[in-house]
Design a protein around this ligand. Structure first.
Ligand SMILES: [Zn+2]
Length: 249
């Protein structure tokens, strides 16, 4: 096969590799954002757990204040009751004291309920904290893996870019300029095969004379329709072909 065609095929393989590496590298920030999103549900659960527990504690504190208030009221009423002048006044004080003491009991019962409820709340909160911690570790590990992968990709990318530079330098400058023009138009399908008499990229049938010239294989030929470089019975193992061409160069 013509050396220039071999180089063009090698260049095309490198260009495809470069694009796929660039794409993979570009997806990393998105991938990390997706991983981090997994933390959100856990964080929300933890926040809800904290809110429920602090509401419980706030209610208890208020009820404790109520207990104190009603106790003070009852004790004040007891002092006042001593100065009652009539049975009626005495009974009225007694009634008020009973009411205040009843309020104390009610508040104390509610406090007990809240204390009971706080146990599972605390358990839930602890569980949510542990799960979040575990998920954070998973996420960190996955982020590290993604970063490592990107570092590997970046190394491969700079190697591919160096190989590309080398291969391009070996090509005839005019041919390289043509290669670049077609590459930009065709997303890295610069070389097409025409072994069966048509360009397998744009499907145009080759003129008989043109096809005969192509089969002779003494010059690089371009599809008259799409401008791609054409191969006839290309060597399948392009990589070793390129390596061989680089060794002889
Ligand atoms: Zn074509």
């Amino acid at each position: 096969m013509l050396q220039d065609l071999v180089l063009a095929l090698g260049l095309q393989a490198l260009d495809r590799k470069i694009v796929s590496l660039q794409n993979e590298i570009a997806t990393l920030p998105k991938h990390i954002a997706e991983i981090e999103k997994r933390l959100e549900a856990h964080t929300r659960r933890l926040e809800a757990g904290k809110a429920a527990l602090s509401a419980n504690q706030r209610d208890r504190k208020k009820l404790e204040g109520d207990v104190q208030m009603h106790q003070q009221k009852a004790s004040k009423l007891k002092d006042q009751m001593l100065e009652a002048k009539t049975n009626e006044q005495y009974r009225a004080f007694q009634h008020e004291i009973e009411y205040a003491e009843g309020e104390v009991r009610k508040a104390e019962d509610k406090i007990l309920d809240l204390m009971e409820q706080s146990e599972p709340l605390e358990k839930n909160l602890k569980a949510a904290e542990m799960e979040l911690k575990k998920e954070q570790q998973h996420v960190e590990a996955e982020k590290n893996r993604a970063r490592e992968r990107t570092a590997v990709d970046q190394r491969a990318l700079s190697e591919a870019n160096a190989d590309r530079k080398k291969t391009a330098a070996e090509m005839d400058p005019k041919l390289y300029a043509h290669y670049e023009r077609i590459r930009k138009k065709t997303k890295n399908t610069v070389v097409a095969d025409a072994t069966d008499g048509r360009c397998d990229a744009c499907q145009i049938a080759l003129r008989p004379q043109f096809f005969q010239d192509l089969r002779r294989g003494d010059q690089v030929m371009f599809c008259e329709s799409c401008g791609r470089m054409l191969t006839y019975n290309p060597i399948v193992d392009i990589q070793s072909d390129v390596a061989a061409s680089q060794q002889t160069a």
